[in-house]
Design a protein around this ligand. Structure first.
Ligand SMILES: Cc1ncc(COP(=O)(O)O)c(C=O)c1O
Length: 456
């Protein structure tokens, strides 16, 4: 692109775009960043400056990396042949991707398409509400969610959100959503207890009993919490959650919007824990951002609850998503899944994830400011503290300074951002599943320099 054109584009952006999750005031005097192209793990901005993207498009999305011709071709071919029809009818890649996906999810059976993570989660909540209405006069309608988890940006998914800052000023919220405690050992006085995982899960049972089990229909959880601080559940947690949910007839809805499609080294995060979900939702990595697609998957048992004689005008899932009928989405998702299989990326995630964790532990040994390092696969976080003894978190400006320093060095890393009032102090790393040891060394070396600069 000619330099004069790119200047015009930056001007149009500054004058007319309203960007996500940012304060625009600074852009009255400086330029916003426009990302112009990408290949593999690298992106280029409007000045032609290249960056190593260690956060897969900023928010854990571009799992297979930038510039994938096979996905672009699959989308192009599909949308020329048949771009869209409302999903009350089927389309070819929609059926093919559903089949392939279910193959990877033993015990699951039905695939429902929409176009964002928030929307897929709302579908799950609607299923639970309608099931309650059909089965017991709406009594079992409450949905539990966990402190620090995030499920989306709409008013109802925010109602199920455990991140106070994301919710602030957007209430009143949808009734019937109830919070359960988080399971972050590092931030719980019981964290050192070898039975902590079981105890943290039992906190959920207490909430169910307090609310009355006859009113609780489901619990929605991230398998590993993402934006709330990269929280890998402690040992015994998920097994106990499963037992408790079976005991009280509470459906398990797992939000795989971040962890799904290989990010943690298995196809889905829940598959590390042997848990049997009733509902699974996914979005970001499903098509690695090459198309907007989200998916809700349910068991056949749950699907069967919605089967009835057609003369019953209300007893079926009366939901629609216009863009859930875009055929380019599943076409991209199919090609994306083929890349993960053909390039053996789950294997790479496990190997490179271990290497990344080792390197982060080295940094922790070097810098007192790193209080805790957590993660699974290529999904890692480092929590920054003022004092290792008291675990007092650093101010968010410190985490922001580290991110800015890395950017200055040409490496994009992330952090917990306007999520939890005191705890926007965790650096987040989620490079594409194709990343190499050299990429990881480059990422870690940038953080090393940035942490060193803090001490000066
Ligand atoms: C765990 C989780 N669930 C749901 C969502 C919402 O997805 P979307 O932004 O596509 O609506 C997000 C977004 O970051 C997320 O991290």
């Amino acid at each position: 692109m000619k330099p004069e054109n790119i200047n015009e584009i930056v001007g149009s952006d500054r004058n007319h775009l309203w960007h996500h999750l940012v304060q625009h005031k600074p852009w009255q005097t400086t330029d916003p960043m426009v990302i112009v192209e990408g290949k593999g793990l690298r992106v280029k901005d409007h000045n032609g400056r290249e960056y190593l993207d260690a956060v897969s498009g900023g928010v854990w999305t571009v799992n297979v990396g930038y510039g994938r011709e096979s996905i672009a071709n699959a989308v192009r071919d599909q949308i020329l042949k048949m771009c869209y029809f409302a999903n009350s009818a089927g389309n070819i890649p929609g059926a093919q991707f559903a089949e392939k996906l279910i193959d990877k999810m033993p015990g699951m059976s039905r695939v429902y398409y929409s176009n964002s993570g928030s929307e897929a989660n709302e579908k799950g909540f609607k299923l639970v509400r309608q099931l309650a209405a059909m089965k017991n006069d709406g009594k079992k309608h409450k949905i539990l969610y966990r402190d620090r988890d995030y499920h989306g940006t709409t008013i109802t998914t925010l109602s199920a959100g455990g991140q106070a800052q994301r919710k602030d000023q957007y209430g009143p919220f949808t009734p019937g959503f109830v919070e359960v405690p988080h399971c972050l050992a590092y931030r719980d006085p019981r964290g050192e207890d070898p039975d902590y995982g079981v105890k943290a899960a039992k906190d959920i049972e207490e909430v169910i009993l307090r609310e009355d089990p006859d009113t609780v229909g489901a619990i929605c959880l991230e398998p590993i919490t993402a934006g709330g601080g990269v929280i890998v559940p402690p040992e015994g947690y998920w097994e106990t959650v499963q037992e408790i949910c079976s005991k009280y007839g509470v459906l398990i809805h797992i939000d795989e919007v971040v962890c799904g499609m290989g990010r943690t080294g298995k196809w889905f995060g829940y598959q590390h824990y042997g848990v049997k979900p009733d509902i699974v939702t996914m979005a970001k990595g499903v098509a690695s951002g090459y198309a907007a697609i989200s998916v809700m998957v349910t068991t056949e048992d749950l699907f069967s609850e919605f089967l009835a004689e057609p003369s019953d005008k209300l007893h079926y899932f009366r939901d629609i998503s216009t863009f859930g009928g875009c055929a380019g989405g599943p076409a991209a998702a199919l090609a994306n899944m083929e890349i993960i299989e053909q390039e053996n990326l789950l294997d790479n995630v496990n190997k490179m994830g271990d290497y990344l964790m080792d390197r982060l532990h080295e940094l922790k040994d070097k810098y007192e400011i790193i209080g805790d390092v957590r993660g699974k696969g290529l999904f890692c976080g480092a929590e920054l503290v003022k004092d290792r003894g008291t675990r007092e978190p650093v101010d968010e400006s410190v985490a922001a300074a580290v991110v800015a320093d890395c950017l200055r060095q040409g490496v994009m890393i992330g952090r917990t951002n306007r999520s939890l009032p005191q705890y926007n102090n965790t650096l987040c790393l989620s490079p594409a599943l194709i990343c190499t040891r050299d990429d990881i060394d480059e990422i870690v070396s940038a953080i090393d320099v940035a942490l060193g600069n803090l001490q000066q």
